[in-house]
Design a protein around this ligand. Structure first.
Ligand SMILES: [Fe+2]
Ligand SMILES: [Fe+2]
Length: 354
């Protein structure tokens, strides 16, 4: 891929205000533009960003309005393995949303199209709120003497600790050495996190809900799921643009995807394994490779795993729980009409296949 940049180029954060900037849309670009840093949104070059921002805002929800009463008693009806996985997945997802809240401002700081910056500002807000929703679950469902162990799980679980360090490391590398090359890697790492790392966790909660267990938790995760898919859409727009500007190779992208899949499968097998009804090591591998193929296709690349079985999800029967289908999102929640009765959104299309 050709580029006008070398990997020696430093990514510079935009000045807070640049009176010499040029906000005309014909001179606007997502990176390396010369913005005044005014949110000049009257004329926009990337109109998809305005539509996406609107959808993200329409996804508005408040965790505390979702009812966890049944989950408090269900928690003790889980098997020991199910409870272990419940706590461990919560811990992992808390880590993911923590690093997103921390890292997105770094990626955003050199974006020179205000309409794209607007979407990233909303993303940061949502990631922060996701952390608050985990706190709400932990405080409501998990007994007080076990709550800190959810946050501290990585201190004693080596698989999680290694995973956290790897994910954080790619972001940290850019912060320590803000080259264009490291920026592209961090952007891709972001897409992998948004597009692959959450979903075996979501599936675990939908699986419990399909067995009439922990319905409030699943309600919260379907809202987070919907938010995350809007973030996936954002990076599906950004990465093809970035590929025009940053030096990289397709091999690098495939290598990062393959590593991401291996880490995700290893972690899920570690925390969920083969002991829980509805999830096997085989279904985890199939689902993760299917997701990787889907995410690659969305940025214009061929599947990394071309075998037939990796072209479809093994969890289609759980989709009705995910709230990501156009037909499904206005339906009632799993067992009552709680969620839908306050969801304000009416403009969301199907998030599936993005
Ligand atoms: Fe999030
Ligand atoms: Fe996200």
């Amino acid at each position: 891929m050709t580029s006008f940049l070398s990997d020696q180029n430093k990514m510079l954060a935009n000045p807070i205000f640049n009176p010499q900037g040029d906000d005309r849309i014909e001179n606007r670009s997502i990176w390396f533009g010369k913005t005044t840093n005014l949110m000049q949104l009257n004329d926009v070059r990337y109109s998809w960003a305005i539509g996406l921002y609107q959808q993200m805002r329409e996804n508005f929800w408040i965790p505390q309005k979702l009812d966890l009463t049944q989950d408090v008693t269900d928690y003790w009806n889980l098997t020991a393995e199910e409870r272990y996985a419940y706590d461990g997945i919560l811990s992992y997802l808390t880590f993911l949303d923590s690093v997103q809240t921390c890292n997105i401002p770094h990626l955003k700081s050199c974006v020179t199209a205000p309409e794209v910056s607007l979407c990233m500002a909303e993303q940061i807000s949502q990631e922060g709120m996701h952390n608050q929703s985990y706190q709400y679950i932990i405080e409501t469902v998990i007994p007080s003497d076990r709550r800190s162990t959810v946050y501290d799980f990585w201190r004693t679980d080596k698989v999680l600790a290694d995973r956290c360090q790897f994910i954080a490391g790619l972001y940290q590398k850019y912060i320590d050495h803000p080259t264009a090359e490291n920026y592209f890697t961090a952007l891709l790492a972001d897409y992998l996190l948004e597009g692959i790392y959450f979903y075996n966790g979501f599936i675990y909660f939908y699986n419990l809900a399909s067995r009439m267990l922990m319905p409030g938790s699943a309600d919260i995760f379907k809202m987070i799921n919907r938010d995350e898919l809007s973030h996936v859409r954002l990076y599906q727009k950004l990465i093809p643009e970035a590929r025009q500007l940053f030096i990289h190779s397709v091999d690098q992208i495939y290598e990062m995807f393959d590593t991401a899949v291996q880490h995700e499968v290893k972690w899920t097998n570690h925390i969920v394994g083969d002991h829980i009804l509805g999830v096997t090591e085989g279904s985890t591998e199939q689902y993760t490779k299917y997701l990787a193929n889907l995410r690659l296709k969305a940025i214009g690349l061929e599947p990394l795993y071309p075998q037939e079985k990796y072209q479809k999800s093994p969890y289609r029967h759980l989709e009705r729980f995910s709230d990501t289908k156009k037909e499904g999102h206005t339906k009632a929640n799993f067992f009552e009409a709680g969620v839908t009765s306050y969801v304000m959104s009416s403009g969301i299309g199907g998030w599936d296949e993005i």
